[in-house]
Design a protein around this ligand. Structure first.
Ligand code: SF4
Length: 101
């Protein structure tokens, strides 16, 4: 059986390996960009599937019909070049569930 790790341990693994980690407790997905290691993008619970973020940055956000928005698995390579668009999506999300740091 797979051992559960604490959130700090997951974040440490993220920093060490720059790998996709799915955080189970809030359904958030964190991604680390190799070229911009301080930039993370994730979606918290409460998405209303309005597709605003996908319209702004389709390389980063995907909203299937009736599903919550997800950050695409290969989105990290766009975090640097599309930082302005991602910040615009954060600003325009009507329920403020897109988070970056
Ligand atoms: S803009 Fe916000 S509410 Fe709309 S699809 Fe994107 S994450 Fe969901």
């Amino acid at each position: 059986m797979e051992e559960k790790r604490s959130k700090p341990a997951l974040e440490e693994a993220l920093e060490e390996h720059h790998e996709l980690i799915q955080v189970e407790n809030n359904l958030a997905r964190l991604f680390m960009d190799d070229t911009c290691p301080a930039f993370k993008v994730w979606i918290e619970e409460g998405c209303i599937s309005c597709q605003v973020c996908q319209d702004i940055a389709p390389q980063v956000f995907r909203v299937e019909d009736g599903e919550d928005c997800v950050v695409l698995a290969d989105a990290a390579r766009h975090f640097g070049p599309l930082r302005e668009e991602i910040e615009q999506a954060v600003e325009d999300c009507p329920v403020e569930v897109i988070k970056i740091e």
